[in-house]
Design a protein around this ligand. Sequence first.
Ligand SMILES: NC(=O)c1ccc[n+]([C@@H]2O[C@H](COP(=O)([O-])OP(=O)(O)OC[C@H]3O[C@@H](n4cnc5c(N)ncnc54)[C@H](OP(=O)(O)O)[C@@H]3O)[C@@H](O)[C@H]2O)c1
Length: 156
Amino acid sequence: MTTAMELRSYAAPAGALADRVILVTGAGGGLGSALSLACAALGARIVLCGRRVAPLERVYDAIVAAGGPRPSIAPLDLERADASHYDALAEGVRNEFGRLDGLVHAAARPGERSPIEHHDVVNWLRVMHVNVNAPFILTRALLPLLRLSQTPRCCS
Ligand SMILES: NC(=O)c1ccc[n+]([C@@H]2O[C@H](COP(=O)([O-])OP(=O)(O)OC[C@H]3O[C@@H](n4cnc5c(N)ncnc54)[C@H](OP(=O)(O)O)[C@@H]3O)[C@@H](O)[C@H]2O)c1
């Protein structure tokens, strides 16, 4: 069995993700950008997905500057997206890459840290939509492309 210590000191071999196509939501944020850079450094082609384009462009530039495979930018507002936006995203990934090997849900809308009686109900619904419903819908929309991969992975 692998110990926690072994996991902490694990270093993936160079090129471990060569040619893998990985879509990362929240790719302009703290966790998403770090993941995108790390996966690109191992050879993955990253679909940088997020709400605001400027942070995605910064991650795009950092990947290219580090010599990683040229990523792709896919803006998507998980709070406002309807079926046509999810379909367009899936179609774009299909046209550019033909399949998807990995889906990382790193986008998140922070909730209120307060007792239930102080919660704003509309904000609660927005938080649940971005953090729970939207990842479900996105996974469902991208499932046909993940099924075309030999090694499909999805995590949040
Ligand atoms: N950072 C860490 O070390 C760490 C470690 C473990 C777990 N986590 C968890 O990972 C999640 C993200 O953390 P973080 O530190 O990366 O937060 P963050 O820096 O605030 O990033 C959140 C990301 O979510 C995106 N986002 C928010 N609302 C969105 C929407 N409606 N549509 C599309 N994208 C949306 C933001 O995009 P815009 O900027 O364009 O709005 C941003 O890129 C949180 O659940 C956190 O608890 C983080």
